[in-house]
Write a protein that binds this ligand. Structure first.
Ligand SMILES: [Zn+2]
Length: 201
């Protein structure tokens, strides 16, 4: 087993072979992990939440779901949920534009930037803006509106998900750097982002 440590607010890219299992863990709890995946042979084929929820009919990832690509091919199966179902399919990854719109001046790390930097380390230049499955992100859909809830329930320390690859993949996990208090989106625990662990089994 190989363990990767994704530092707080940063990203990490790694290869996953067909049949291999991936465990993503929030050691301290309440830390969103944006999970990106593309076909190892074609970086224009990405894991796509909207394509996935069409057959599953669920706006939240659930055990047994098969995450699909933008070409509707099976990419990963969701095998185990050690985080009580607190995951999100809806929110687009944070990016520099969004932080500017929130009033942040100067540079702020983002999941979109973490994706580009991590993929560049493996020799891939990402110019599009793929979506992600947001593990450990507590969103609630009510009457057609979406909310994020900072209070109970929260993802406990050691919360995890276990996935299995259906094809050879290149994956990126971003420890979401979101740390704003004003905009009404409580994505991570107060006190700033914390690290994410990835185990390749
Ligand atoms: Zn983010």
């Amino acid at each position: 087993m190989e363990t990767l440590v994704v530092p707080a607010g940063e990203g990490h890219a790694f290869a996953v072979s067909e049949g291999q299992k991936v465990r993503v863990i929030t050691p301290k709890g309440q830390q969103s992990a944006d999970f990106f995946a593309c076909s190892a042979g074609d970086t224009s084929e990405w894991l796509s939440p909207p394509h996935t929820w069409m057959p599953t009919r669920s706006l939240h990832p659930r055990v047994g779901d098969v995450f699909l690509s933008n070409l509707r091919r099976p990419m990963l199966e969701f095998l185990e949920d050690g985080a009580d179902g607190l995951h999100d399919f809806i929110i687009a990854p944070c990016d520099a534009i969004r932080y500017r719109q929130f009033g942040v001046e100067g540079h702020h790390r983002s999941c979109a930037e973490n994706l580009v930097v991590a993929m560049r380390e493996l020799g891939h230049e990402i110019t599009a803006g793929p979506l992600a499955v947001n593990f450990f992100t507590n969103t609630v859909v009510e009457d057609g509106f979406i909310f994020s809830t900072p209070a109970s329930p929260v993802v406990k320390p050691g919360g995890y998900v276990l996935l299995q690859a259906c094809m050879d993949l290149t994956c990126v996990v971003s420890s979401c750097p979101y740390d704003l208090e004003g905009p009404g989106w409580a994505i991570n625990a107060p006190g700033g982002p914390t690290e994410i662990h990835v185990e390749l089994l």
